[in-house]
Design a protein around this ligand. Structure first.
Ligand code: SAH
Length: 399
């Protein structure tokens, strides 16, 4: 496939930024970007003295308008280019491929591995490609051919995340090879998860929380009562139960969370009769818990960065302090709060400020035990720290 090539000039103030390796295409940084009209076009970027700086592709995304692919003028964007990127991504994750207890992880993480707008996840021999723009999807033939050459696969699936709002486009997600079992059972540090590769936008587990789940299981769950809010398929509850929790309570608004969470307990041989799964708005559940004087030793709170329900709008940016204040009140005196956010809108420092504010307003004290950002397989581009969106803090309430 030959792509339309367009020559553009980087605004003089931003030449150094791109020279230093900044990967994202933004209209504020590049002259006449608005004139580009074809997703998937190759952009050849020059400085105002007509020196070649970098080559990018054009692809409108929720963030930015495409990504730098190379700073080498002689490098073509073809199958061989993607083979070299995928091969080095695989090499970087060798320890994951060799780990018998972990059969699900990220193989290719967008700009962290040199191609923004593209991720590839591994699920026990099946590969899931996610396309984040029409622009990168225009390269699908080369990328698919490259992946097929680089790995032995049982099957390949894809998700298109490029509707008007950067959301999932419903489609048949199976691409080639054998279809995966439904569910496909994978492992993460020995914890089993049920994966559905062709059932909507999400497959059943968020792979970026692997270290948090392991830590929760290994260090903080034994004999504890655990409340898991925004529980989705109960992954944190399963980790806690496997770590010896006395009881877990999972709360999520989505009705299907009951069956999904139950399935996760069952495939891990956990007695479901000791666990509670509640379908409720988390904020209503807090009111209920306060009324009933329910107190938990451990509370996990991992909300979406933005959610609109029938009753309310939640935005992590604006509402996290309020959320934490509710959580603190139903956590035992020397209990633990695992506060998590995947919001790229604020930094770890701001997140720590939210925590400080929440405790201060309640006139209570706390101690930070440990914090986490993205795990190694979610490789981050050190010139694009915004890509490290995950922030998780283990907080001890202090008497
Ligand atoms: N913590 C989960 C992932 C959370 S995904 C994990 O690690 O697997 C976000 C979840 O929040 C979704 O399942 C969604 O249904 C739920 N949700 C969104 N708003 C909610 C609300 N107000 N009350 C309860 N659940 C909510």
């Amino acid at each position: 496939m030959s792509k339309k090539e367009i020559k553009l000039t980087i605004k003089s103030n931003f030449t150094d930024k791109y020279k230093a390796g900044y990967p994202l295409i933004l209209p504020e940084y590049i002259e006449d970007l608005k004139k580009v009209d074809e997703d998937g076009s190759i952009l050849n970027l020059y400085d105002y003295k007509n020196n070649f700086i970098a080559r990018a592709y054009y692809g409108k995304q929720n963030k930015g308008f495409g990504w730098i692919l190379t700073k080498n003028q002689d490098e073509k964007i073809d199958k061989d280019f993607f083979i070299s990127k995928i091969n080095s991504a695989i090499k970087y994750r060798k320890s994951f491929f060799n780990d018998k207890d972990t059969t699900a992880f990220r193989v290719f993480n967008g700009e962290g591995d040199g191609v923004g707008g593209l991720t590839i996840d591994f699920f026990d021999g099946y590969y899931l490609i996610t396309w984040y723009s029409i622009g990168i999807y225009e390269f699908r033939t080369d990328i698919l051919d490259a992946l097929k050459e680089c790995v032995d696969f049982r099957g390949i699936y894809q998700k298109k995340r490029f509707d008007a709002k950067g959301m999932y486009l419903k489609d048949k997600d199976f691409v080639c090879g054998d279809e995966a079992p439904k569910p496909l059972i994978v492992k993460e540090n020995g914890i089993k998860f049920a994966i559905y590769l062709d059932d909507g936008a999400m497959v059943g587990v968020f792979l970026d929380q692997k270290e948090v789940r392991k830590t929760l299981r290994d260090k903080y769950s034994k004999d504890k009562t655990v409340l898991n809010t925004f529980s989705y398929t109960g992954a944190f509850s399963v980790a806690s139960a496997l770590g010896g929790a006395k009881k877990t309570t999972s709360v999520d608004l989505a009705k299907r969370s009951i069956a999904k969470t139950k399935e996760h307990f069952e495939i891990n041989d956990i007695d479901t009769s000791k666990q509670s799964i509640v379908v409720d708005d988390v904020f209503d559940y807090f009111k209920y818990a306060l009324r009933k004087k329910l107190i938990f030793d451990v509370v996990v709170v991992d909300p979406p960065s933005f959610a609109r329900s029938k009753k309310r709008v939640f935005s992590a940016n604006k509402d996290y302090v309020k959320l934490l204040k509710e959580v603190i009140q139903i956590t035992s005196k020397d209990g633990l709060i695992v506060a998590s956010t995947n919001s790229a809108n604020f930094s770890m420092m701001t997140f720590h400020d939210f925590i400080k504010k929440a405790f201060k307003e309640l006139k209570l004290r706390y101690k930070v035990l440990e914090s986490f950002s993205l795990p190694k397989d979610f490789r981050v581009n050190d010139k694009f720290k915004e890509g490290d969106y995950l922030k998780v803090v283990f907080i001890r309430k202090v008497k």
